[in-house]
Ligand binder design. Structure first.
Ligand SMILES: C[S@@+](CC[C@H](N)C(=O)[O-])C[C@H]1O[C@@H](n2cnc3c(N)ncnc32)[C@H](O)[C@@H]1O
Length: 216
């Protein structure tokens, strides 16, 4: 789901009662459009779901791979306790700068940090910050299996690991797209997440499929 996805009347009612963007989140999305950031953030339903998970797990340390304009990060950081920390990894300097500025405007600067570069180059530097309580993978799909390896390495019993866009906008099951390295990466990710005996895992049926696992 993304910020511009059309929704029906039932989904709108549920959104109005449970998941509505407040002024700051709505402004973030508007300014992201104006700044020309790609339209590929999660929707407010998943943002609220991430918040529920942060509270449910009592998370203090969260890792996000793929920050974009900081929309999902804002939902997460708001749910963290005052001494909590979200570390985001982001490839694009422009996205990282935008997210930092939005988080600053929301009063979330002390709880958030973005590291710029290829996530696979940033991840080895995070060993001293581990374990994380929640890890949200939402970047290039071809590398999801490697991100999962790091997530497992940087987890403890009870850590929640999430991977967005399992359905890949229909591409996962499209016979014409099976050679695409992103589809192959997602297929491996799903297989490994489902089979790994260290995990209890499922896919939450948000529009594009949100994989979720808890480390036993
Ligand atoms: C789907 S968007 C993230 C959306 C964000 N989680 C949200 O919901 O607000 C994916 C982001 O991952 C970043 N990205 C893509 N490949 C990456 C890589 N190899 N390392 C780090 N970030 C990457 C993109 O620049 C983009 O900002």
């Amino acid at each position: 789901m993304s910020k511009l996805t059309e929704i029906g009347p039932y989904q709108q009612l549920i959104r109005d009662h449970f998941h509505c963007d407040d002024d700051d989140l709505a402004r973030l999305q508007e300014e992201a459009d104006t700044a020309g950031l790609p339209n590929m953030s999660i929707g407010p339903e998943q943002g609220k779901f991430l918040q529920v998970l942060v509270h449910l797990t009592g998370a203090r340390k969260v890792l996000e791979i793929g920050v974009l304009g900081g929309y999902s990060g804002a939902w997460i950081a708001r749910a963290l306790p005052p001494d909590g920390k979200l570390i985001g990894l982001e490839l694009e300097q422009k996205h990282a700068d935008f997210a930092r500025e939005q988080w600053r405007k929301m009063g979330l600067a002390d709880k958030t940090e973005v590291r710029v570069g290829q996530a696979l180059e940033s991840l080895p530097e995070l060993a001293d910050e581990a374990p994380f309580d929640l890890i949200f993978i939402d970047a290039d799909k071809g590398n999801y299996p490697d991100y999962l390896d790091y997530a497992l390495r940087y987890s403890r019993s009870g850590t929640v690991i999430l991977g967005d866009n399992v359905r890949m906008w229909g591409s996962l099951m499209d016979p014409e797209k099976q050679d695409w390295d992103w589809v192959q990466g997602m297929r491996r990710f799903v297989r490994e997440l489902g089979r790994d005996e260290r995990l209890v895992s499922t896919v939450v049926p948000y529009e594009d499929g949100l994989a979720m696992a808890v480390v036993k």
